[in-house]
Every structure is written in structure tokens, then in C-alpha cells.
Design a binder for this molecule. Sequence first.
Ligand code: ADP
Ligand code: ZN
Length: 207
Amino acid sequence: MKIILLGAPGAGKGTQATRIASKYGIVHISTGDIFRANIKGGTEIGKLAKSYIDAGKLVPDSVTCDIVKDRLGWDDVKKGYLLDGFPRSLYQAEELSKFADIDLCLNLEVDPSLIMERICGRRVCSCGESYHVSTLNGSTVCAKCGKELYARADDNPETVKARLDTYDENTAPLIDYYKARGKLVTVVCGTKTPDEVFEAVCEVLDK
Ligand code: ADP
Ligand code: ZN
């Protein structure tokens, strides 16, 4: 199974991706996570990516495509994979089609009015879990591993606004792109809980 997960920032891609990967035994590849790991590690890619991420813009296509192309050459992707956050532009989609044959593009459709509140209240753990302050009951540690939670540097109102503009301009056209190729399935998230969204996602993937 080779899947693309598409959706605006705050649509819940990361949350669903973790669950899909573990249920279906496929590898979760998040370009955002790869960039954040590079920033943490102080690599050249990290240094370059940071300025774009902080501004809510796309990291240049050439850099991003090289990273994904390389990652899809590893052995562990043979069972299948889930791309979370890639492609994010028509150029990236065209590049991807040169080195990968995707089965499905799963589009998570979120109510735009919910996004700001969702992202700005997000707290994440270095283990990959994420939470919302409204459900933490004042806790500041991860329920899974006990480590201290933190807010992502780009989860502030200003950067979120820029990320939403970037999404509208560069990424939203991918909905029609994959629709035209008969690969698009949209799951409408509305006010569904993560569990309910996952149920709807599984229904699609089990087919
Ligand atoms: P979200 O979907 O919540 O915005 P991500 O973790 O997927 O968060 O991405 C964070 C940031 O990393 C993006 O705003 C962008 O700057 C950069 N990024 C991630 N994936 C890509 C990509 N495919 N192309 C260019 N930049 C990317
Ligand atoms: Zn954790």
C-alpha cells in the first residue's frame, strides 16, 4: 500500500498517519518530521529548512524531492508507505510520479474555522505523540512515554496564517490533480474525534 496523506495544516494528518502506519504495517514518512530532526541535529538541510519553516513557507522543492526520493530507496518501504506532508506542490507531485507509483491519495478535509485553535493549542512529544491543551487537564507530560511536552516553533498564530496561505496557493491544487488521476478519496473530518476519523479512514483503506 502506497498512500499520500493530503490535508491543510491542523487537519490531523500526523495523528492519523501514526495510526494508519501501525495498523497496516507500513512506514510513515513525514517530511515535516525529517526537517525538524535535521534542525535539531544542526545539519545543513536543517539550517536551510528552518528559515522557510519559521516563515510558514515551503522548503525549496529540489531539497524536499531529493530527501523523499532517497527515503523511498530504503529497504523498509517495500511493504508500503504513507507520505505525510509530501507532495505539497504540483511540482513535487510530478517529481514523485517519476520515482513512485502511488495507489491512493487520502484527503483529510477539515473545517477551516477549527484550524487556528487546533494548531495553537497543540502540544507535541519527541516520541511523536501530539495532544491538545483542552484535553490535557493541565498535564505537561506525554501520557505514552512521560517526557515533557512542548509547542512546535511554527505553531504560533502568525506562522499558522502563512502556512494556511501556502496551503491554499501551493497544496490545495493537488486535490484536483489526484482527482483527475482517479486516486483521490476525501474523508470529511468535520467535528469528528480522531477515533471517528480513523474509523472512516480504515473503511476507505480496507476496500
Ligand atoms: P503541518 O502540516 O501541520 O503544516 P508539517 O510538519 O507537515 O506540518 O510541515 C511543517 C513545515 O515543514 C511546513 O510548513 C513546511 O515549511 C515544511 N515542509 C514539510 N513538508 C514539506 C514539503 N513537502 N515541501 C516543502 N516544505 C515542506
Ligand atoms: Zn511521548
